[in-house]
Design a protein around this ligand. Structure first.
Ligand code: T4K
Length: 366
C-alpha cells in the first residue's frame, strides 16, 4: 500500500526545467542577484499584488533578516502555536520571545492577550497566519499603533492568500514567506520578505548579501541568505503552474469538508467569507467526543500508511530553549495547549487522488 504523507512537493515536468538550466549553464551566473532572481522578484510582486519583495534562500533566513532589517530587539510578543522557526528567528537576533495564547477558532495569536504582555522592553509583535488563515491584523495593528510597536508577520503559510482581494502580506511592517518543499509554492528551499518601501527593500538586500551596499561599502554585519539561480528559475516555472495547483488543493479541501462536516468529535477550521485561502494544510481538531484520542487516531492512520502530522505539537514554548521563560507556563497558554493536543493535519497536495483521499477519510470513520 502506498504511503501517504502530509504533503508531497508539486514539481513541473523535468523537461520543462531543462531550458532554464541550459541558460544558467550558458551564462555562468549562478547567484548574487542574477537574471532569474530579478525576474522572479518582479513576477512574484505582480502575482501577489505587492510592491517590494526580496528573495531568500529559505523562510528561516527571511525571518531572521526581517527582524534585523527593522532593528528589532528586547522582547517580542509572539505565539507558541507555530513551527519552531518563528521563535528561533528571535533567538538568533538575541531577542526574548514573550508567548501569548491563541484564538481557539483559528490557532492565531489572540489580540486580546497581547496588551497585558507588553513591557517597556517590548519592541514588536511577531504573529503567524497559521495554516494561511489571516490573523486579526486590524486589531493587532491598532495595539501596535497605541504602544509604538512594529508588526512583523511570519507569513510562511500564506503564499497567495488574499483577504477582500488584497494579499495578506500587505499588512504589518513586513512579512516573511517560505517556499520550502512542503509549501504551496516551492523552490526546493526558498523564501522572501515582503516590505512596503524601496529603502527597506534596499536594506534587506544589503543584509542578505553580507551587508554590501556596493563593491567596497559594507553597511551592516549581514549574512549570506541569497536565493540562487537554480531556485529562482524553478520558481518562475512553478509560478506558471500555481493556479492549477491551488485549484487541485481547493477540490481536496472541499471533499474533506463535505466528508467530515458535523462528524462528532471532529472540529474543522473555517476561513472568513472574504478570504481566498491557499489550502496549504487541512487541520482537524480531535476532541473528547471522538471515539479515540488524537494520538490514537494518529497512530491508527500511520498503521494504515497515512502519515498525518501534528502541526503544531509540541508547542514552541515546550522546547528546552524556551520552556524556562515565564510566558511559557501552561496557565498562560490554555488554548494553545488544548489545540496542540487535538490537532492533526491530513494529507493535502495537488497529486492526492480521490481514491487516496478516500483512504485517509476511511481511517477516521472506520
Ligand atoms: N515559519 C513557519 C510558520 C513555518 O511553518 C516554517 C516552516 C518556517 C517559518 C520556516 O520556513 P523554512 O525555513 O522551512 O522555509 C516542515 C518543513 O520543513 C518546514 O518548512 C515547515 N515550516 C514545517 C511546518 O514543516 P517537517 O520537519 O515537518 O518536514 P518533513 O521533512 O517531515 O516533511 C513533511 C512531509 O513532507 C514528509 O513526511 C514527506 C513530505 N516531503 C518533505 C520534504 C522535505 C516530501 O515529500 N519531500 C520533501 O522534500 O517540517
Amino acid at each position: 500500500m502506498k504511503t501517504l504523507f502530509v504533503t508531497q512537493p508539486d514539481l513541473p515536468p523535468l523537461a520543462d526545467f531543462i531550458p532554464y538550466l541550459e541558460q544558467i549553464w550558458e551564462r555562468k551566473i549562478l547567484t548574487n542577484n542574477g537574471p532569474f532572481h530579478q525576474q522572479l522578484e518582479a513576477a512574484l510582486c505582480q502575482y501577489l499584488g505587492v510592491e517590494h519583495l526580496s528573495l531568500f534562500t529559505n523562510g528561516m533566513q527571511a525571518l531572521v533578516t526581517m527582524l534585523q532589517a527593522a532593528r528589532i530587539g528586547g522582547e517580542v510578543i509572539t505565539t507558541p502555536y507555530s513551527f519552531v522557526a518563528t521563535a528561533h528567528a528571535l533567538h538568533w537576533n538575541g531577542i526574548k520571545p514573550v508567548f501569548v495564547d491563541v484564538d481557539p477558532a483559528t490557532g492565531n495569536m489572540d489580540p486580546a492577550a497581547i496588551e497585558s504582555a507588553i513591557t517597556p522592553q517590548t519592541t514588536a509583535i511577531l504573529p503567524v497566519h497559521v495554516y494561511g488563515n489571516p490573523c486579526n491584523h486590524t486589531e493587532i495593528q491598532r495595539i501596535a499603533n497605541v504602544y509604538g510597536l512594529k508588526v512583523m508577520y511570519d507569513a510562511a503559510h500564506t503564499f497567495g492568500v488574499t483577504e477582500a482581494g488584497k494579499s495578506i502580506t500587505l499588512y504589518g511592517d513586513m512579512s516573511a514567506l517560505s517556499f520550502h518543499a512542503t509549501k504551496v509554492f516551492n523552490t526546493f528551499e526558498g523564501g522572501a520578505i515582503v516590505c512596503h518601501d524601496l529603502e527597506t527593500k534596499k536594506r534587506i538586500d544589503y543584509l542578505k548579501n553580507f551587508g554590501f551596499a556596493d563593491e567596497i561599502t559594507v553597511v551592516a554585519p549581514g549574512t549570506n541568505a541569497k536565493m540562487n539561480e537554480f531556485q529562482a528559475s524553478l520558481g518562475l516555472l512553478q509560478l506558471s503552474r500555481i493556479n492549477d495547483a491551488m485549484a487541485l488543493r481547493a477540490a481536496i479541501d472541499k471533499r474533506y469538508r463535505e466528508a467530515l462536516h458535523g462528524l462528532k468529535g471532529i472540529q474543522l477550521i473555517d476561513f472568513a467569507a472574504n478570504v481566498v485561502p491557499n489550502y496549504s494544510y487541512f487541520p482537524i481538531l480531535v476532541n473528547e467526543d471522538f471515539g479515540m484520542t488524537r494520538d490514537a487516531l494518529y497512530q491508527k492512520m500511520r498503521d494504515q500508511g497515512v502519515f498525518a502530522r501534528r502541526y503544531f505539537y509540541p508547542l514552541i514554548s515546550e522546547f528546552p530553549a524556551y520552556r524556562g521563560l515565564p510566558s511559557s507556563k501552561r496557565d498562560n497558554l490554555p488554548n494553545a495547549f488544548r489545540m496542540a493536543s487535538q490537532v492533526l493535519c491530513l494529507p493535502i497536495f495537488p497529486a492526492l487522488t480521490v481514491d487516496e483521499q478516500a483512504r485517509v477519510i476511511a481511517c477516521i470513520f472506520d
